[in-house]
Design a binder for this molecule. Structure first.
Ligand SMILES: C[S@@+](CC[C@H](N)C(=O)[O-])C[C@H]1O[C@@H](n2cnc3c(N)ncnc32)[C@H](O)[C@@H]1O
Length: 360
């Protein structure tokens, strides 16, 4: 087991200040003798995930320092609340754990108690918010005027709590509705992470945005809960879906290992490809770089200016083997690889970067 520390000023208690990578069954991972079959590419239904939520969820704000100045507060579902959902589902319907959409529920429950542990190809850390995801959101804020996301196709790879995508959705839901259709696709290894954290965070972000103002005011009149709770009612789901239509936002969710990701099924290439804290493991770098390259349509007719491919990461992931140097090498050595440019960096304490990848 490897352990390394981050110098996070943690006032939320939800950003991990240490990371364990388990390679044994000491906690909940497979033994070295066991062969792990990676989870296969699967699309999750937004409607099913919303229907599986309890009647009320709780959340806490997370603060993002913005490159353009000031701060932005985004809501994140509380982990204890997601954990409670899993326990309740288990108690209400033990068979539910065997259903495909929550087939990882059993493992997910185990990881709520140690959410910063990584078990390769079992649980990859998506329940927690990792600090570079805030860097990426902040960077997106800084380039806002140069890259209009309206009408674009966006993919966040290894999204977890999906802070960069939440930032983008916050911007969309705070602007006037657009005629352009914007496609935001989120990928995480674990279906449970998408169901329990990613999707609730998206509906929370919408609920606190200008797009939901009318609904929010009517809801607040009858509020029977704290300001940090949200009633998941049929009215809320209808209003959310209505806003998605009004703002031209199309959301899709994909789970499974990077090696199984199907661009054909996801509808082809993207204009904006984002990922944060995903380059920590050497073994996964080629499949990550391959999915990024394909997602940027590097083999297609478009030129390099048709996409933006951004990676936020720590420079070194001690003990695990990955990091910026390994990622840069992997991108360079890939068939028809590419080049990596640092577009933002923090050099004090634990070094962090935001990088832009251009494919050959
Ligand atoms: C440390 S978490 C980071 C989560 C989030 N991006 C953040 O910064 O808060 C790493 C994420 O990468 C994804 N991931 C890691 N290895 C993967 C693999 N081999 N296949 C698919 N997804 C993987 C997982 O979905 C996980 O959520």
């Amino acid at each position: 087991m490897f352990k390394f520390n981050f110098d996070v000023e943690d006032d939320t208690e939800q950003i991990p200040d240490s990371l364990d990578v388990n390679r044994t069954s000491q906690n909940h991972g497979p033994t070295s003798a066991q062969v792990v079959v990676p989870d296969a590419f699967t699309e999750l239904s937004l409607a099913n995930a919303l229907n599986s939520l309890p009647s009320k969820i709780s959340f806490s704000p997370i603060t993002i320092p913005l490159a353009s100045g000031g701060e932005l507060s985004l809501p994140r579902r509380d982990l204890f609340d997601a954990r409670f959902q899993l326990i309740s589902q288990n108690a209400d319907d033990p068979d539910a754990l065997e259903q495909p959409s929550i087939s990882n529920a059993r493992s997910a429950l185990q990881f709520f108690d140690a959410p910063s542990d990584l078990v390769p190809l079992v649980y990859e850390g998506g329940l927690k918010t990792w600090e570079c995801s805030l860097d990426l959101a902040s960077y997106l804020d800084g380039i806002g005027s140069q890259f209009d996301v309206h009408g674009k196709r966006v993919l966040e790879i290894g999204c977890g709590t999906s802070i960069p995508s939440l930032y983008i959705l916050h911007r969309i839901f705070s602007s006037p509705p657009s005629q352009n259709q914007t496609h935001i696709h989120l990928q995480d290894y674990n279906a449970s992470v998408l169901e329990l954290v990613t999707i609730p965070n998206i509906i929370l972000t919408w609920y606190l945005s200008e797009a939901a103002e009318t609904y929010r005011k009517s809801e607040e009149e009858h509020a029977d809960h704290s300001p940090l709770e949200l009633n998941i009612s049929e009215n809320l789901k209808d209003a959310f879906h209505q806003s998605l239509t009004t703002y031209g936002v199309h959301l899709r969710f994909f789970s499974g290992s990077w090696g199984t990701f199907s661009l054909e099924s996801s509808g082809g290439s993207y204009n904006l490809v984002l990922t944060s804290e995903t380059i920590y493991r050497m073994e996964s770098l080629p499949s990550l770089a391959t999915i990024m390259r394909g997602a940027c349509n590097a083999e297609g007719p478009k030129g390099v200016d048709d996409y933006l491919c951004l990676v936020a990461a720590k420079v070194l992931y001690f003990g695990v083997g990955g990091g910026v140097a390994e990622f840069v090498r992997c991108v360079r050595d890939l068939d028809n690889g590419g080049t990596v440019e640092t577009v933002w960096e923090k050099t004090q304490g634990v070094e962090r970067r935001v990088m832009s990848v251009k494919w050959n």
